[in-house]
Design a protein around this ligand. Structure first.
Ligand SMILES: [Zn+2]
Length: 49
C-alpha cells in the first residue's frame, strides 16, 4: 500500500500544525477537526503537500 505524508493546515489562520500519513490512493481530500494552538480552538485542518 502506498503511503504519503501530508501536512494539515488550519483553515482559519493557515498554520501547518500536523503531519499525517495517508493512503496515497484515497479519493477525497483530507479534512480533520483538530486543535490549533495559534487560534486557541478546534478548527478544520486541510491537507497540504
Ligand atoms: Zn489556526
Amino acid at each position: 500500500m502506498a503511503q504519503k505524508k501530508v501536512g494539515l493546515e488550519c483553515s482559519k489562520c493557515g498554520a501547518r500544525n500536523y503531519t499525517v500519513t495517508v493512503n496515497a490512493a484515497r479519493a477525497e481530500r483530507l479534512e480533520l477537526k483538530k486543535f490549533c494552538k495559534h487560534c486557541g480552538e478546534y478548527t478544520i485542518h486541510r491537507e497540504t503537500r
